[in-house]
Design a protein around this ligand. Structure first.
Ligand SMILES: NC(=O)c1ccc[n+]([C@@H]2O[C@H](COP(=O)([O-])OP(=O)(O)OC[C@H]3O[C@@H](n4cnc5c(N)ncnc54)[C@H](O)[C@@H]3O)[C@@H](O)[C@H]2O)c1
Length: 362
């Protein structure tokens, strides 16, 4: 199975969280495929990928807080989507310690509001709910997590994503199981990185900001292991799942992990050293912070996506880090970032098709 432009051309697609990092890349990709994209999220920040891509000119966007049920109902029923990608969330672990109530309200009740509105949309075929690799009850073991491992979460963000998984499972079995209902899947990607992420308290954006400002990069947990992957790898997986759901294949209506090859689950220190070397300079220092617990080891088992979907990473971690530095160097030079991003997207689409067709294992 490949991402099929004929499936997407003219399709009405709703993306919640289009003003965020992943949502902006997904909206650009869908727009390139010919979909009619409606976005729904909090207003875009001035310094955001959404703005740098000029998405305002390419898609229809409505400012909606997903905690506001009436506003969500109105926006989703007006857009009448055939496919929904639900990405809107408060996604930062450390912020979730400062704002637990807002995090749970957005990530759990917000997901309920979006799914509930979807029950009333005529002609809706597919819903992909984006949760997280952090939805698993983390046991700090060396083995990767599989889709049938228990969900849980220590910090409020992880717990909210575990809870969002329970919401998805409940809506699946209670409302989206009948012949005429849309099919619903949840997707759990790894630590997604790429050009254009400007979030605070995230490793790669923090490093890029420090390098661009010629400041010392500060890292908290050099030995923490995460399943790093390029944003387009995860988004490609989401598109395939959405296609399968829209075609009515019930095997897709279940949870899916999308992560890197096992050797690309690397410690933070490796990411820092490699980014500094690709940037061509810079220093870092380690300042541990024990006040906010974060999981030490997190890996994903993607055997299900490999065997049942034919999905596999098209990229190594090394390629990913090179693309991030290329993107941010182009930004620093004042290049047209829509053109730069489209170029990366086109190159990635060719690599993805090749990896999926040849079944290459990195
Ligand atoms: N980036 C990662 O490494 C990663 C990894 C796994 C899962 N995820 C998940 O992917 C999704 C997108 O993450 P991202 O990295 O693009 O985050 P982001 O912070 O860049 O974007 C978040 C988006 O959600 C919107 N949003 C936040 N609160 C909202 C609210 N109350 N109402 C409406 N919209 C709201 C924002 O406006 C923005 O559009 C999230 O669900 C996140 O949990 C991200």
């Amino acid at each position: 199975m490949l991402v099929d432009p004929s499936h997407w051309s003219g399709r009405r697609v709703l993306v919640t969280g289009d003003t965020g990092f992943k949502g902006a890349w997904l909206s650009l990709w869908l727009q390139e495929l010919g979909a009619e994209v409606t976005g729904l999220a909090l207003p875009a920040e001035d310094h955001s990928l959404y703005t740098q891509l000029g998405l305002k000119e390419l898609i229809t966007h409505t400012d909606v807080d997903i905690r506001d049920q009436d506003a969500v109902d109105h926006a989703i029923l007006s857009a009448a989507p055939q496919t929904v990608f639900h990405l809107a969330a408060q996604p930062i672990v450390r912020l979730s310690y400062d704002e637990p109530r807002e995090t749970f309200a957005t990530n759990v009740q917000g997901t309920v509001n979006v799914l509930d509105a979807c029950r009333r949309v005529q002609g809706l075929k597919a819903i992909v709910a984006i949760t997280s690799d952090k939805c698993y009850e983390n046991r700090e073991w060396i083995w990767p997590y599989r889709e049938n491992d228990p969900v849980g979460g220590h910090d409020p963000y992880s717990a909210s994503k575990g809870a969002a998984e329970l919401v998805v499972a409940s809506y699946q079995s209670s409302f989206f199981h009948t012949e005429e209902a849309p099919l619903l899947a949840s997707v759990r990607a790894g630590n997604v990185i790429g050009g254009g992420d400007w979030a605070s308290d995230r490793l790669v954006p923090d490093i890029i900001r420090a390098l661009a400002a010629e400041e010392t990069v500060v890292i908290r947990s050099p030995q923490a292991v995460r399943p790093w992957q390029h944003v387009l790898e995860a988004l490609g997986g989401y598109l395939l799942i959405a296609q399968g759901l829209a075609e009515g294949d019930r095997k897709f209506a279940s949870p899916w992990n999308f992560g890197p090859s096992s050797q690309d689950s690397s410690p933070v220190l490796h990411i820092v050293e490699r980014l500094l070397s690709l940037w061509g300079g810079g220093n870092f220092e380690i300042k541990g912070d024990q006040t906010k617990h974060e999981a030490h080891t997190l890996k994903l088992d993607c055997s299900k996506a490999h065997s049942q979907l034919g999905w596999r990473p098209a990229f190594t971690l090394s390629d990913t880090l090179e693309w991030i530095v290329d993107w941010h160097k182009a930004y620093a030079k004042g290049d047209d970032m829509r053109a730069v991003s489209r170029r990366q997207l086109q190159q990635y689409r060719a690599l993805m098709d090749k990896a999926l067709t040849e079944g290459t294992e990195l």
